[in-house]
Design a binder for this molecule. Structure first.
Ligand code: FE2
Length: 277
C-alpha cells in the first residue's frame, strides 16, 4: 500500500533525512521557493565550476548539449525556466520535491515526463560527497541528458514498466536497471571513446574520472537482462559499468522487454557478482 505524505515524512525524519515534507502535495511535489542565500549560490557555482572541468572531457556530447541548452551552471536554476526549455527539447519538465520520494509517485512522475528535483543544496563542507541526493545531483546529474530524445523516451518507459515490475516483485531488478543506466551509465558509439552520461557519475568528482578511464574500471557491454540481475555498490565505486552502444539501443531494449517474463524468471535468483561479468 502506498504511504501517505505524512507517514513518509515521519519515516524520513526518523532516518535523519533533511528534506522538509511538511508542505508536500499528495504527489510529493512542493514549490521550489527560489530564496537561496548568497552562500548557496556560491556553493552551486563552485560545484559546477569544478565538475564542468571534468564533464567537458568525460561526458557524452548529448549531456553537454543539454547543459548548454538549459543553462544550469551560472546560478541555481529556476525550475520553471528550465521546464520551459526542456519541454521544447523533449517534452519533459521538472518538479520540485523535498528529497527522496516513494517509488510509486516517483514512477508516476517519470511515466508522465516529469523529473523530480530536490529543492535544497548540499553545504560547502559536502562538496565531495553527500549521502542523500541533493539539487546538484538531481539537476546537474539527471536533467541535461533528459534533452536527448531516445533517453527521454527510455525514462518515460521506465516509469511505466517499473510500476508494473514492482507489483510483480521485481523491484530490485528495476532498481538495478536504473542504477546502471540513469545513475552510472556509460556509452561508446562506433569509432568514439567511452563517455559517461549517468547522474551518479556526473555529480561525482572522483568516480566520473575512475569510471571513464580509470585503471581497473570494469566496462561491460550493455545487455538488459544481465543489467537487471547484477548487484551494485551504494557507497563505493561500482565494480562494473555497463556501456551502451547508443541511447536508442537502451530505449529499444526496454521497449521490447517482456518485464513480467523477466521478473518471473529472475526475481528469486541471487544477483550476479559485478566482478564476475
Ligand atoms: Fe539520482
Amino acid at each position: 500500500m502506498e504511504l501517505s505524505v505524512r507517514d513518509y515524512a515521519r519515516e524520513c525524519a526518523e532516518q535523519g533525512l533533511r528534506g522538509d515534507y511538511s508542505r508536500c502535495r499528495a504527489d510529493f511535489t512542493v514549490e521550489q521557493s527560489y530564496d537561496y542565500s548568497a552562500e548557496e549560490q556560491e556553493v552551486w557555482r563552485l560545484l559546477c565550476e569544478r565538475q564542468t572541468g571534468l564533464t567537458a572531457r568525460l561526458a557524452h556530447r548529448s549531456y553537454l548539449d543539454g547543459v548548454s541548452a538549459l543553462g544550469l551552471t551560472e546560478r541555481i536554476p529556476d525550475f520553471g525556466t528550465v521546464s520551459d526549455r526542456l519541454r521544447l527539447l523533449s517534452g519533459w519538465e521538472i518538479v520540485a520535491v523535498p528529497g527522496l520520494i516513494p517509488a510509486g509517485p516517483f514512477f508516476d512522475h517519470l511515466a508522465n515526463r516529469r523529473f523530480p528535483v530536490t529543492n535544497w543544496l548540499r553545504e560547502r563542507r559536502e562538496l565531495d560527497y553527500i549521502v542523500e541526493p541533493d539539487m546538484f545531483h538531481d539537476f546537474f546529474g539527471h536533467v541535461p541528458i533528459l534533452a536527448q530524445p531516445a533517453f527521454a523516451d527510455f525514462m518515460q518507459l521506465y516509469g511505466t514498466k517499473a510500476a508494473q515490475a514492482f507489483e510483480l516483485g521485481g523491484g530490485d531488478m528495476m532498481t538495478r536497471l536504473y542504477w546502471y543506466t540513469a545513475e552510472y551509465g556509460l556509452i561508446q558509439q562506433p569509432g568514439a571513446p567511452v563517455k559517461a552520461f549517468g547522474a551518479g557519475l556526473m555529480s561525482s568528482f572522483t568516480e566520473l574520472q575512475f569510471a571513464v578511464d580509470g585503471e581497473g574500471a570494469h566496462h561491460v557491454p550493455f545487455e538488459i537482462e544481465t543489467v537487471m540481475r547484477t548487484a551494485y555498490e551504494i557507497d563505493k565505486f561500482q565494480r562494473a559499468y555497463f556501456v551502451l552502444p547508443s541511447f536508442e539501443a537502451l530505449r529499444r531494449a526496454l521497449d521490447r522487454s517482456d518485464i513480467a517474463a523477466l521478473v518471473g524468471r529472475w526475481k528469486d535468483a541471487g544477483p550476479l557478482d559485478p566482478s564476475s561479468l
